[in-house]
Design a protein around this ligand. Structure first.
Ligand code: ISL
Ligand code: CA
Length: 551
């Protein structure tokens, strides 16, 4: 367990949607710099930037065409240096997104890979169709693997007459980590950014690097072939090597995005004796509202959510705690229904009651919600578009129903512009933004909330301060005292002291018998001798002894 990380807070920025400095409708680095003072008021320790590298943006930067250049839309390398400098002045460290499982199909390596005699051919994974046919005949693909974005993971290439592997979109060909040269190129990339002053990396789908072999694989969670490429021994080996040779010596923080990982995997990735990653993002709590595939929703049960969180809290030592990021719908819309400030604060309290490094996604701190999409034209995300196409074309789902499925879960829900002020385009940009601004900007915006002492924003600030200062919150063991679908009591225990959190997930006022010291609640107008919980109220208490007492 890396104790220094236990009270750290990381703020994720999706640069495209954070702040636009030059009025082209797209967020950029100068925009981020202009908001560093705002971020400083949150007192977070790190900023994680979603990719800002050169990219044709099929997947908004997760398809990189040059690892050593800044996406022109976001600015220049000069701007990036300035960002590093200005962040340093404010004592905020920068974490970059590291996307090395795949490149863009516009990357120079991929272009050159089309020549089968070039060394770059072996940078990617090209295979013959099973019938060695020269044509893209249905079913002729090299194996049964499917892509995370739907359909086969193989794309036929006319120039080489072979298929290449893409676990994501066809515009994102997978790199071949059986080739030592690919590993060496990756090391160069990482070192380049470390030399620029970057303190850490959020490692995109990092447990998919090593593919065991290219035979047919098993089916799970909507994916076929997962057993051949999810958290394989090959991936573990590559990560241990990167840790030993690159990250470790420079004390670089690594957070792995590890799809399909179990608690067992998590403990392997973060095992101190053979360290691979400092911590990982798990997905299990993101799946509590899904039936089989994330596109098919089931009713949210808080008991299920809390139990999954509790499992990770008790079985994994080093956790990366998050409820939101650029891939997930907004938590408040997802786990509750309509926006309610009380619920936003309740979820904030739940997030901060957990042990580990806390991640906040831009806008979460003001309670931003899903976007009320009304037509498919408003959708920008490649995953949503691909899935819509598969649903309507392959499965003949009527367009209206397909849209209904997509709009609830689309990653675009998290990608609408940051709501700064109740002005044109939420003051994100003077021009029409690349994606619509949420209509609730008039009441959910930073400026409003700065001025309201009872706002979600001010509550988050309080939580971050609490996280930094309270040792029980930092070191305390996790214990689930009580849970059902209406209430939960989480306790953290350290040196015979107990810090407790009571959550009322219902809209009903509830009687409370508690004779401990109440530290604070989600409702700022706390009266002493509190003997009830308000609707959606969360409360923090402390007690000294009898730690085994039930409440
Ligand atoms: O969108 C998802 C959430 O359910 C996942 O399938 C997601 O694609 C997966 O978590 C991997 O995400 C990461 O890699 C992708 C990129 O599109 C995502 O934005 C990124 O976070 C490919 O690089
Ligand atoms: Ca811009």
């Amino acid at each position: 367990m890396n104790e220094t990380l236990l009270n750290k807070v990381i703020y994720q920025i999706y640069p495209r949607s954070f702040m636009d400095s030059n009025n082209d409708g797209i967020g950029d680095i100068q925009g981020i710099i202009s908001k560093l003072d705002y971020i400083k008021t949150l007192e977070v320790d790190y900023i994680w930037l979603s990719p800002i590298y050169k990219s044709p943006n099929f997947d908004n930067g997760y398809d990189i065409s040059s690892y050593f250049e800044i996406n022109e839309e976001f600015g220049t390398m000069e701007d990036f240096h300035q960002l590093i400098e200005e962040s340093k002045k404010r004592d905020i460290k920068i974490i970059m997104d590291l996307v090395i499982n795949h490149t863009s199909w516009e990357h120079e390596w991929f272009k050159l890979s089309k020549d089968i005699n070039s060394k770059y051919h072996n940078y990617y994974i090209y295979k013959d169709g099973i019938n060695k046919s020269k044509k893209n005949i249905k079913g002729d693909v090299p194996n049964n693997w499917t892509s995370f974005f739907g359909g086969s993971a193989w794309e036929y290439d006319d120039i080489t007459s072979k298929y290449y592997l893409h676990l994501f979109a066809k515009e994102q060909p997978d790199l071949n980590y059986d080739n030592e040269e690919v590993y060496n190129e990756t090391v160069k990339v990482i070192k380049f950014w470390i030399d620029k002053g970057v303190s850490g990396f959020r490692c995109d789908v990092i447990n998919l690097l090593g593919k065991t072999d290219y035979s047919n694989g098993k089916f799970k969670g909507g994916l076929t072939g997962y057993d051949k490429y999810v958290s394989t021994h090959k991936s573990h080996k590559i990560l241990r090597r990167l840790q030993e040779e690159v990250f470790g010596p420079k004390k670089i923080l690594t957070i792995g995005e590890t799809v399909f990982s179990t608690v067992k995997d998590a403990n392997i990735f973060t095992n101190k004796k053979a360290l691979e990653l400092d911590m990982i993002f798990s997905f299990e709590h993101m799946e509590i509202d899904a039936i089989f595939l994330k596109w098919f929703h089931r009713k949210v049960r808080f008991k299920r959510l809390i139990n999954v969180l509790a499992k990770w809290q008790t079985e994994v030592k080093q956790n990366a705690i998050y409820f939101e990021n650029h891939d997930q719908p907004r938590s408040i819309s997802r786990w509750f229904k309509k926006y309610d400030e009380r619920q936003a604060k309740l979820l904030g309290l739940l997030l901060f009651s957990l042990k580990g490094t806390t991640f906040i996604y831009q806008g979460e701190e003001i309670g931003m919600t899903n976007y009320p999409f009304s037509t498919f034209d408003e959708i920008r995300d490649i995953e949503s578009k691909n899935v819509y196409e598969i649903l309507t074309k392959n499965f003949k789902v009527p367009k209206k129903s397909a849209f209904k499925i997509i709009k609830k879960v689309s990653r675009d829900n998290a990608r609408t512009p940051m709501q700064w002020e109740n002005e044109l385009n939420a003051s994100f940009s003077g021009a029409e933004p690349w994606i619509n601004v949420n209509k609730n900007l008039s009441y959910i915006n930073v400026l409003n909330e700065i001025n309201d002492s009872n706002s979600t924003l001010n509550f988050y600030k309080k939580l971050i301060k609490f996280k930094h200062e309270n040792n029980i919150l930092k070191y305390g063991d996790f214990r689930l005292n009580k849970v059902n679908n209406k209430y939960a009591i989480i306790e953290r225990i350290y040196q015979n002291k107990v810090l407790g959190f009571i959550f009322n997930f219902t809209g009903k006022k509830t009687k409370l018998v508690l004779d401990f010291d109440i530290l604070f609640t989600t409702n700022s107008s706390l009266k002493e001798n509190k003997n009830f919980l308000l609707p959606y109220e969360g409360l923090v208490y402390q007690r000294k002894k009898n730690i085994n007492d039930e409440i």
